[in-house]
Structures are given as C-alpha cells and as structure tokens.
Design a protein around this ligand. Structure first.
Ligand SMILES: Cc1cc2nc3c(=O)[nH]c(=O)nc-3n(C[C@H](O)[C@H](O)[C@H](O)COP(=O)(O)OP(=O)(O)OC[C@H]3O[C@@H](n4cnc5c(N)ncnc54)[C@H](O)[C@@H]3O)c2cc1C
Length: 461
C-alpha cells in the first residue's frame, strides 16, 4: 500500500504506477540506495557519461517518497553550510567555486526538464527574502553586504527598497527585500517522478518496495515485505537515503531527520492575484529566524512551509500522516499575515516531510575508492538543486574522472557525528526551543536576540 506522501504527489495525473520489487538477488555495475533526487540524478549522470553501465536503484517505498516528493519546490542556487565551513575545506577560491557550481545547477535542471519533457512547472523567477520589521531589514542589508565582501556582485543579490519589493510581491507592511536571481520553482513530485521515467529510458532499473538493510563493500542487502531477504552485488554502491540514513545498519549517527510541514491553498482567483502581484513567481522567505518558505505554484496556488514538528526520539521518520491541526493553523495564519487579502483562504492540502541534517550542517558527497561505497546528502533544507550537483559529481567520481566537480570542497567524508540518544534528543529539542524563543522576542522588541545568536552558533547555521 502506498502511504500518504504529499499534495504535490496526489496532484500527479496519471498517478504513478508502482514498480516491482527486487526478486531475489542480482548483479549490477552501480547500485544506488534511495529513489529520491540524489539517487535519480546520480543514475541520470552516470548513464549520460556511460550508457553501457548497468545501474540499479533500490527504493524502500516509491520514487519520490522522501523529501523529493514533498519539498517546497525551491530549486535554489545555494547550499546549506556557512561560508566559513566551505572556506575551511577549500579556501576562498574553493568556496566561491562551490557557490558558482550550485548556481549553475539551477539552469542545468531547467535544461534537463526541457530535454526530457518533464512537466514540473519549472520557472526561474529568482528569490526574495522579505522584511516586515526594521530588524529583519537590517539582517537582509547585512547579508547583501557580506555577499559583496565575499566577491559576489549585484548580479547575485541586491536589496530592494519597500516600493520595489511591493511592486514584485505585495506583502503587508514590507520594508524591503533581498532579491537574488539564482532560484527557480518546480512542482517537486512531478520533477521526482519525471526523473524516474527519464533514468529508466536511459537504461536504469528501479526496484520499489525494496528496503536496504545493510551496505557492505560490494553488496547491498535487501528486504522485501512478504518475500524476505535478497542482495544486489555491485562494484559501486551509492547511499542516497538522506533523512532515512539511520535505517541502514551502523549509520544512525550520520544524519538526523528534521520534520518540516507544508500547506497549499486552493487555486486563487484572478482578482486575488491582481492584489498580490507576484508576476515573476519568485520563491519567497519571510525574515524570521524560523522562517517560512513560499512559492506561487504553476497552477495558481500558494504553497507555504516551515513549521517543524519537534525532533522525534531515536531519529524516527514516520511522516505519512498530515501535520497536526495547530501546525496547519500556524502556517495559514503566517500566510494571512503576509497577505491579508487571503483572510478567508481555504487550505487544499497539508503534509510533512523529513530532511536530513548531518552534524556539520552542510552537505557532502564522496566515494571510498577502497570499498566502492559512495554517499551524497546532508543538504538540510536546501537539496533540490544540490542533488543535481551531487549526482553529477558522484558520476565523475564513480567513472574515475578528475574534473572541476571532483575538486569542489564538498567532496569528502562528513565531519563529526550526532551524539547517541538521549543526548541527541535533548540537544536538538533544546536548539529548537531557543529558536522559538528568539523569534518571539525579536517580533516583540525588534532587537536581535542573544538566545537566537547562541542557537545559530550551536546548530552551526
Ligand atoms: C517539507 C520539505 C520542504 C523542503 N523544501 C525544500 C526546498 O524548497 N528547496 C530545497 O532545495 N530543498 C528543500 N527540502 C530539502 C530537499 O527536499 C531534500 O534535500 C532533497 O529532496 C533530498 O533528496 P534525496 O534524494 O537526498 O533524499 P529523499 O528525497 O529523502 O530520498 C531518499 C529516498 O531513499 C529511500 N530510502 C530510505 N531508506 C532506504 C533504505 N534503507 N532502502 C531503500 N530506500 C531507502 C526513501 O524512501 C526516499 O525515497 C525540503 C525538504 C522537506 C522535507
């Protein structure tokens, strides 16, 4: 039985047919664990580089079941992790190369969706962070100034004044905004499912309902409900399981799952859109510490997400039920605070998903040449574009090519691991509570909260 994934997934017409599970065992050149964007882009890039490769994807549920079928649809030319992290790994030049590579990924995703006929409402309208308080505006201005000092230009980010910001999107009481062109929006489940079809056309085999229990050099051990154990033997095995990485033996301290919730409105009337503006369909963040992320969808709704559900003891990832009513209410209220014209708006769908956060709070990709085991992930909430770059980089590593991509600073192991329970639970919940307290104080006083700064330092964000 397919469990609830998201409003995005339910919108797919026709609904994707479920693929067969692996029967018994088999061999392949490359075995990819996880049928989300990371696994799919890796397969796509591998087969583009060498169509003769036998590539197998093992997916525990269905393609796009994880964050890839549930996210906010921001194809963002930006990675999680602060610039200090990237500079420590690759110096200033390496960190800048990383930034330019992720910006290019946005356009490359657009090109692939066009080439493969993936109808996922891809539209590159850029991205806005809107300020509704003087403190939020000051933070945005500081961010753009930091961009300049770092070596980025006005072609990468600018501060818009209140009039220019409102001319783009008519946010209530907007004082200004940061605009960057490096972002597109998509219907995320349509991208995942379309990519699945594209990698099959290129020659990959996807097995669904096939859970990997252990990854060892040369073998991925599988479990299929009602059929028992099997395995895929392959020279290379790619771990592309993001927030669910703890489901593989021995991997439970690599990544913690963090839950983010989303709602989508009904289709808004032409009159409402005339009031809101938003003609370019930029993706949008509000200026709070625990921000909300928003997109104007291809079919004329607004999708907004952000309110997390607290971390669950033991890194549990059961995310198949709708979010609690109070979370849906909070998201709707935040939307109305941005756009009062939506005071009567109906929520057409609500869902949640889990994203993966490694201790270093920044993604990594790599291949252990001795064991043939490769990995890609740790995108925190910024993985839609990053997975494409990860897939291309993994393909270069696996096919043994020394390229500009394999020299980027994110190539290597994750540094650090999460503490075991119950420490992990206390730490993650503690930082979450600090962020909430900081936001409450900053909305009230319009002054930077010390607690918020400390929470950012502890979390590494
Ligand atoms: C609500 C939400 C909103 C987000 N919004 C954005 C956004 O707007 N922009 C952005 O850039 N990023 C966003 N993200 C993050 C982004 O969606 C992810 O970084 C990205 O989708 C990760 O892709 P992935 O393939 O690595 O992981 P996933 O999509 O999670 O895929 C992992 C797959 O592995 C499968 N799997 C897990 N364990 C096993 C196993 N043992 N055996 C076999 N298969 C297994 C899972 O079923 C799943 O299909 C968001 C995430 C969430 C949850």
């Amino acid at each position: 039985m397919t469990r609830q994934i998201s409003f995005w997934y339910d919108q797919l017409d026709p609904a994707p047919a479920r693929r067969p599970a692996l029967e018994g065992s088999r061999e392949a050149d490359v075995c990819i664990v996880g049928g989300g964007y990371t696994g799919l882009w890796t397969a796509y890039s591998l087969l583009a580089a060498d169509p003769s490769l036998e590539v197998v994807i093992l997916e525990a549920e269905v393609t796009g079941f994880g964050a890839s079928g549930r996210n906010g649809g921001w194809v963002e030319g930006k990675l999680a992790g602060d610039r200090g992290h990237w500079a420590a790994l690759g110096g200033h030049a390496g960190a800048l190369a990383m930034e330019r590579a992720i910006q290019r990924a946005v356009d490359e995703i657009g090109q692939v969706t066009e080439k493969e006929g993936i109808d996922c409402a891809f539209r590159k309208g850029g991205t806005l962070i809107v300020a509704q308080t003087p403190l939020q505006l000051a933070r945005i201005e500081a961010e753009v100034e930091a961009d300049r000092l770092w070596g980025l230009t006005a072609a990468d980010s600018v501060v818009l004044d209140a009039t220019a910001a409102a001319a783009r999107v008519n946010v209530d009481g907007v004082l200004g905004a940061r605009y960057s062109p490096h972002c597109a929006r998509v219907q995320p489940a349509a991208l995942a499912v379309g990519l699945g079809a594209a990698v099959e056309r290129a020659g990959a085999t996807i097995y669904e309902g096939t859970r990997v229990t252990a990854v060892e050099p040369g073998v991925a051990r599988t479990e299929v409900a009602g059929r028992g154990a099997g395995e895929v033997r392959a020279r290379f095995i790619v771990r592309a399981t993001e927030a669910y990485t703890g489901s593989i033996a021995g991997q439970d301290r690599v990544m913690i799952p963090l839950t983010s919730c989303m709602i989508a409105t009904e289709v808004l009337s032409g009159e409402t859109w005339a009031n809101i503006g938003w003609a370019e369909a930029e993706t949008m963040l509000d200026g709070a510490r625990k921000y909300v992320y928003i997109q104007r969808t291809g079919d004329g709704r607004i999708a907004i997400g952000g309110r997390g559900i607290p971390y669950r003891y033991g890194s549990r990832t059961d995310a198949e039920t709708p979010p609690p009513a109070e979370v849906v209410r909070a998201l709707r209220e935040r939307l109305i605070a941005l756009f009062p014209v939506l005071s009567d708006v109906t929520v057409a769908g609500a869902w949640r998903g889990v994203l993966g956060a490694p201790r270093q709070w920044a993604p990594a990709v790599g291949l252990d040449k001795k064991t043939g085991i490769a990995w890609g992930g740790g995108y925190v909430g910024e993985g839609v574009a990053a997975t494409q770059l990860a897939g291309k980089t993994l393909a270069d590593l696996i096919t043994g090519r020394d390229t500009e991509l394999t020299r980027l600073p994110w190539v290597g192991p994750f540094t650090g691991s999460w503490p075991p329970e119950p420490l992990r639970y206390a730490a993650v919940r503690g930082v979450n509570a600090m962020m909430d307290a900081a936001d409450r104080r900053e909305w009230r006083t319009d002054e930077t909260s010390l607690v918020g700064r400390v929470a950012h330092l502890i979390s590494g964000r």
